[in-house]
Design a protein. Structure first.
Ligand SMILES: [Zn+2]
Length: 182
């Protein structure tokens, strides 16, 4: 059986046994996760997400880039049209991981600068070889973005591909600090 045929067969099994009908568009856990495309680090699997529970955005490294922010902006518009319930906490979780392939792009600062929408001089500060530093950089980038709802709780996790465990590098805190006047 080819990979393609196997996947279609798995879908038929899914539709028969695990499909949930009439799920709402809005994530029922009120969570958005930004993670890496690496097949070892699927956020749904390692965080135990079920269908409909969380929005997941995946890119190389699970990084905050102009494209990530564009996607989040589009999702914000979709949520507005859905007239979702604005009350209650909403979790924005940045999930990066050890042994990430993005570190192998270290020798290509032009590609990385383009990816992050920055000049080459800024690439070092993106800490692509150090997920603990990188996740803190990206949480800081989200906190510095005034377009995002200040009440959202943002956190930063690093998943260890050798143990299966996540480490809380940045505990959940509001995007906008309460003492700021914004
Ligand atoms: Zn990765």
């Amino acid at each position: 059986m080819t990979t393609f045929d196997a996947l279609i067969e798995r879908n038929q099994d899914f539709a028969s046994h695990r499909f949930l009908k009439d799920l709402p568009l809005m994530p029922t856990l009120r969570a958005m996760i930004i993670g890496c495309v690496d097949p070892r680090v699927d956020p749904a699997l390692l965080l135990g997400l079920g269908l409909g529970e969380a929005v997941v955005i995946r890119n190389v490294g699970g990084r905050i880039t102009p494209a990530t922010l564009q996607t989040m902006g589009m999702l914000g518009r979709v949520a507005q049209s859905e007239k979702g319930n604005p009350a209650g906490e909403f979790h924005l979780i940045v999930l990066q991981h050890t042994q990430c392939g993005i570190a192998r792009l270290e020798g290509d600062p032009d590609m990385l600068a383009s990816y992050f929408g920055i000049g080459k001089e800024g690439v070092t500060a993106k800490a692509i070889t150090d997920p603990h530093a990188a996740v803190a950089v990206d949480v800081a980038a989200l906190k510095a973005n005034p377009a995002l709802p200040g009440t959202w709780l943002v956190s930063g996790l690093v998943y260890d591909v050798t143990t299966g465990l996540v480490e809380v590098v940045v505990p959940p805190a509001p995007l906008a600090s309460p003492e700021s006047n914004e």
